[in-house]
Design a protein around this ligand. Structure first.
Ligand code: TYD
Length: 214
């Protein structure tokens, strides 16, 4: 019998360690012989890859509403083309950032109206919500330090740095936004991302095992 799909998203400030956790969870699910679909926003679909290179190019002057609609266009295509079919096929979908990033970055960060953004998100997703959202929480100054080290290590240019280049205060607002969302929505599970990567993984794994039939 086909197993039911499971939709898990990962959120947090820059450098919180989402990528590392996701990699460990892919190995965990694969060991359990579950079919995993790994994806991210922006950039999950073919159209999204083109949008991602526009959005994250820090040289490009993009006004806040244009930036918002690029993220939403990416999400609309991603849900239709990738996420819905993967869930229908019974896969475990692991998505690096989703609707909550729009509320945190464009809402809390850029100051756009949260209620309106929530409606736009619903248009983009057709109402699809994750079953579970891991929020990797840590102080933005710690995250930014990690993100900078990663950029240097991976030889990334400014191209990957539109948001990393923002002032610390911007990232503090984003963290507040994520924490406010986590209080409102039951699907959130907050993990203290100050801990080392293996500890973060163990906590996430335990939560999954206790709350979802895997
Ligand atoms: P990315 O390189 O994927 O960053 P990270 O590794 O931190 O996830 O870049 C995505 C950036 O886009 C990130 O700074 C968050 C931002 N973002 C938004 O502002 N709004 C959104 O809706 C999404 C999905 C991402």
């Amino acid at each position: 019998m086909n197993k039911k799909g499971l939709f898990i998203t990962f959120e947090g400030v820059e450098g919180a360690g989402k990528t590392t956790l996701i990699k460990k969870l892919v190995a965990f699910f694969t060991e359990k012989q579950r079919d995993v679909f790994l994806t991210r926003e922006p950039g999950g679909s073919e159209l999204g890859k083109k949008l991602r290179s526009i959005i994250l190019n820090a040289d490009e002057k993009i006004c806040p509403s244009a930036e918002l609609f690029l993220f939403l266009a990416d999400r609309s295509q991603h849900v239709e083309e990738c996420i819905k079919p993967a869930l229908k096929a019974g896969k475990i979908v692991l998505c690096d950032r989703f609707i909550d990033s729009t509320i945190a970055y464009q809402g809390y960060g850029r100051g756009m109206d949260i209620a309106q953004l929530t409606n736009f998100n619903t248009v983009a997703t057709g109402g699809l919500e994750p079953h579970l959202t891991f929020l990797l929480d840590l102080l933005p100054e710690r995250g930014l330090k990690r993100a900078k080290e990663r950029n240097i290590e991976q030889n990334l240019t400014i191209d990957e740095g539109r948001f990393e280049a923002e002032a610390l205060q911007f990232h503090q607002k984003i963290r507040e936004g994520f924490l406010a969302l986590a209080e409102q929505k039951k699907r959130f599970f907050i993990v203290n991302a100050e801990q080392d990567a293996e500890q973060v993984f163990c906590i996430a794994k335990q939560y999954l095992e206790e709350n979802f039939l895997l």
